[in-house]
Design a protein around this ligand. Structure first.
Ligand code: MG
Length: 400
């Protein structure tokens, strides 16, 4: 039996992972589940999947989880705090770690799993963006196997030759092509986009995802973060990673080789495919995913991204070229701006402007160590909050 730890169990990736594991009860065992604060949902998952340990980052939530599990007579042990979640990432009982805690909050546990030499199923793209070279160093030092879960990077992983090393440019590859669905505002005017609501931004036409990544998909910052992620994971220069809009989300990304071959990975837009691929690699297991009916789909459409309506893509490309802590700053500025939008403190159309103003102050420089990354993250968040305060002061003046 292969033990699996799922960090970020209550989110969309965590629940999809449990769905795949449940189809293979003779092969995989859920060793541990971790989440930030949703005790009710984590309790339900513990009763169904019976992990040895469940951890919650927030103490009140851990207390509630403990109460719910004891009332139900569950044998699952409850742990509390970020350090406990890092312990689960290192636990020898888990050969596989699904790193699916979103945002900067998932960084430490992702690094811990890498350093412990796990099969690291990496869904936390922010850890690659904000601390890419530290993560690669931890993977190498720990002897971990990193397989990307982000559908685009998983598609590229599947289209690359076997035997490559993570973080090193594969021989014979000319360019990587990331596909973008274009999000819910693909065909909206800039004027309509400017005042879009969180509900509209989170209504993604193809994928069902958490709210932060849904807003990132609507601004195309998600694709920008994925471009940075691709440069890190596959050792590519930013200019050798292109973005193409593909509204059907059937082709999940492509690899262009120097001989003129372009290999693509196709499938239904369902995260259970990359999850199953990464669990079983180099084998294959069933994932419960609907198979493609190409005749019914009929045609696949591709177009260039509209950089005027989606300036976040260009901001991410600039950060990728600058490298080092510029990417940490970009990630932090985006998290703050998106949260302000979700809290109705910022208009959708102002998200790129906030990030751009924060990035104007981003110092260059390499990522030396985790403290430097966390310091850059904190500085960028401070700067983003200051810029947001200027925006709301300006908004008050306009409405007065
Ligand atoms: Mg993706």
């Amino acid at each position: 039996m292969i033990g699996v730890a799922i960090l970020g169990a209550t989110g969309s990736i965590g629940r999809n992972t449990l769905d795949v594991l449940e189809r293979h009860p003779d092969t995989y065992r859920v060793v541990s589940l971790a989440a930030r604060g949703d005790a009710r949902r984590l309790a339900e998952l513990c009763l169904r999947h019976r992990p040895d340990v469940a951890a919650m980052e927030q103490p009140e939530a851990a207390g509630e989880l403990e109460r719910r599990l004891r009332e139900a007579g569950s044998p699952t042990r409850v742990a509390c705090g970020a350090a406990a979640i890092e312990d689960l990432a290192r636990d020898p009982a888990a050969l596989v770690v699904m790193a699916a805690i979103s945002g900067a909050a998932g960084l430490r546990s992702t690094l811990a799993a890498a350093a412990a030499g796990k099969r690291l199923l990496l869904a936390n793209k922010e850890s690659v963006v904000m601390a890419g070279n530290l993560l690669l160093a931890a993977v190498r030092a720990g002897g971990a196997t990193l397989i990307p879960i982000d559908s685009e990077h998983n598609a590229i992983f599947q289209c690359l030759p076997a035997g490559g090393r993570i973080g090193e440019r594969p021989a014979g590859v000319r360019r990587l092509l990331l596909t973008a669905s274009g999000g819910p505002f693909l065909d909206w005017t800039a004027g309509a986009m400017a005042l879009a609501t969180p509900e509209q931004a989170c209504a993604h036409p193809r994928w069902s995802m958490g709210r932060k990544i849904s807003v990132d998909s609507a601004t195309l910052m998600n694709k920008g973060l994925e471009l940075i992620e691709a440069t890190v994971l596959f050792g590519m220069e930013p200019r050798d990673v292109s973005v193409v809009v593909h509204p059907q989300s059937i082709v999940h990304s492509l690899v262009e080789y120097v001989d003129g071959s372009t290999l693509a990975q196709l499938g239904s837009p369902d995260m259970r495919t990359p999850i199953a691929q990464s669990l079983a690699w180099p084998g294959r297991i069933a994932a419960g995913v609907e198979f493609l009916d190409l005749a019914r789909i009929g045609s696949l459409e591709f177009r260039a991204p509209d950089r005027a309506r989606f300036p976040c893509l260009g901001l991410a490309e600039a950060a990728a070229r600058a490298g080092g802590t510029a990417c940490t700053w970009l990630n932090a500025a985006d998290e703050v701006a998106v949260q302000a939008f979700l809290d109705k403190q910022l208009n959708f159309g102002d998200i790129p402007g906030v990030i751009e103003r924060v990035m104007n102050d981003a110092p260059g420089g390499p990522m030396m160590d985790l403290d430097a990354v966390l310091g850059a993250d904190a500085s960028a968040r401070d700067r983003a909050r200051a810029v947001l305060a200027e925006y709301s002061a300006a908004a008050r003046r306009t409405s007065a």
